[in-house]
Design a binder for this molecule. Sequence first.
Ligand code: SF4
Length: 304
Amino acid sequence: MAPRTSPRRRARVVLDRLAAEYPGTARDLCALRHRDAFELLVATILSAQCTDERVNLVTPAVFARFPDPASLAEAPVGEVEELVRSTGFFRAKASSLVGMARGVEDRFGGEVPSAMEAVTALPGVGRKTANVVRSVAFGLPGLPVDTHVGRIVRRLGLTAQTDPVKVEADLDALVPADERGAFSLRLILHGRAVCKARTPDCAACVLADVCPSAGDAVRPARGAAPARRAGSAGRGSRAGAALAGPARRSAAAPSTAPTGEGEARAGSRRGAGATAAKASSRRAGTAAGGAHRTRASAPSDSAS
Ligand code: SF4
């Protein structure tokens, strides 16, 4: 069983370990290609229920045709719809994009605002998207909470909340302001590579020795095949799933994960000791061999 530590102390360990695993600033870690806050806002809106790869294929044409809020504010919605059609939910997204641009033009003189209240007042822009723009484009405190983030911090015992706004508030109390954006993106990468919703690979996790959920069983979704027990996988199985190609995997995964994921449950702690030992052993290898180098999908608010 992982030793009992205070959430604050555990958070510090988690922050440091994940920073070593997934190095870089929030800007480095963000997979959405952009040159400024406006382009990131456009890309993040498009990334709802879509892969970053797809968004990055679509945005060059969008940015070429509508290089600033003024041009996008005047755009025929139908033309925007055609440009963004392949990202899914294209009618809602096109409407949000044009509405957002008009808001930026009319209320903020053509400059994307950085204040949370101002960004979230724009059409189609929710708190997750605003936190992405604040942390990645402006370097301001912002901790986007998506399903990966919520799932992992609950497993880590850093919050008991399920509402994203409350999760964010709990994390804000534990995470220094200048680390929040990168922390969120690192959690997303970790959620895709190791701490997966149904099959967390605790045996390969650098957080296993401090994670209260290490080695817990995962409840299978109704009708689904039973999930393999957390911690049962060897390094080989994880490597194929994540570290052999983490950048490709993270880029291809949807920006907003589906809901209804299984969660690690309190229960048997058997195997946690062995799990922590394996992870510690792996950490030594990581330190020697270098950390993961990849980019994370920026969480976005649903466009649907
Ligand atoms: S030890 Fe297991 S449950 Fe805890 S963060 Fe790592 S993979 Fe997730």
